[in-house]
Design a protein around this ligand. Structure first.
Ligand code: DGY
Length: 330
């Protein structure tokens, strides 16, 4: 795998990134970049620009499939994504071609857990409806049952995907006085966390049946794709609330729309959808028991800077062939 003539590696960066990270990369690499902040690199542009690179710095909005990896060619040593999610990268091809993959676990955990709790509270206390009522002149006198939501205290919180973010969310919810935290997750029960939080591993069907609030914080895999479908909504409590801060594809969105319309579940809060951005004519946006946020789970300046820096470190280590601080095991 050849370096360029002056010994520097060639990399491509698929977006404008925080300047701290760009500075780090500039010293050691020859950089080509899609410099836009808010538009994705067009596919053709990406395919052209990856030719001959040693490293690719990408985002979750870039589909890094066999074609892109093929277009890069045999110099490509490392793909580093500025995200904890990696469902946009063809890991099988990376493995076959000995390409290392970096991602950004840990640095965004707390921020994303904050947003998960924010979305939960916003939905269960009907905050967007309440704010709209004030603006629309619909605030009459104080009234015993007007704008009532539902309490966390005494509730059963279910978490699907009990990894870093799921656990950090559970830690935040415990002080709200929830009755029980149950979870279902691919890696099975977590006795240490159960000791700490009094949480309990359950089968998926029990999670559906018992949760008053069901929080989705899993990673998108073949197993989790579409798992929240009609079948699942039929098993959930009529008063339950679904919160998704993972990936839109975990939810069968048409089934969710039906469940929200027909009252199979009470409400939903989504930070992720299919597709993204969600078209403004989506039926989801017509429902007053659904709140949609534009994928802002990790969106604080501090966290995004840390993600960008970690992705830069991953890329540089991968280029040097040394240990990467956030490497995906392939
Ligand atoms: C991720 O990192 O995968 C999130 O979706 C955005 O921070």
């Amino acid at each position: 795998r050849n370096m360029s003539i002056d010994g520097k590696s060639k990399i491509y960066i698929t977006r404008q990134i925080p300047s701290e990270a760009l500075e780090k990369l500039k010293d050691e690499c020859i950089i080509a970049q899609w410099k836009e902040a808010e538009s994705t690199v067009p596919r053709n542009e990406l395919l052209q620009n990856v030719k001959g690179i040693h490293g690719l710095y990408c985002l979750l909005t870039d589909k890094i499939d066999k074609e892109v990896i093929g277009a890069a060619g045999p110099n490509l040593k490392v793909i580093s994504t500025m995200s904890v999610g990696f469902n946009h990268i063809d890991l099988q091809t990376c493995k076959e071609q000995n390409i290392r993959v970096g991602y950004t676990p840990d640095v965004l955990t707390e921020t994303t857990a904050d947003l998960t709790v924010t979305l939960l509270l916003t939905v269960c206390r009907r905050i967007t409806e309440a704010v709209a009522a004030v603006k629309d002149g619909k605030w009459g006198t104080w009234s015993p049952l007007w704008m009532c939501g539902t309490s966390l205290k005494g509730s059963t919180v279910g978490i699907y995907g009990f990894g870093r973010i799921g656990i950090a969310t559970a830690r935040r919810l415990k002080p709200f006085g929830v009755k029980e935290i149950i979870y279902s997750t691919a890696s099975g029960s977590k006795p240490e966390i159960d000791n700490e939080l009094g949480s309990r591993y359950v089968e998926f069907s029990e999670l559906l049946e018992k949760s008053d609030f069901l929080l989705v914080t899993c990673s998108l895999t073949a197993d989790s794709t579409g798992i929240f479908n009609n079948n699942a909504f039929n098993q959930m409590k009529k008063n339950s609330i679904l919160i998704n801060t993972s990936r839109g594809e975990v939810v069968e969105q048409n089934d969710l729309i039906d469940a929200l319309r027909s009252g199979k579940i009470r409400a939903a809060g989504l930070d992720v959808t299919t597709p993204e951005p969600l078209p403004t004519d989506s039926e989801l946006l017509q429902l007053n028991n659904c709140i949609v946020l534009p994928h802002i789970g990790s969106a604080t300046i501090e966290t995004r800077t840390q993600m960008a820096l970690l992705a830069a470190e991953n890329l540089l280590s991968g280029l040097k062939g040394t240990e990467m601080p956030g490497e995906l095991k392939l």
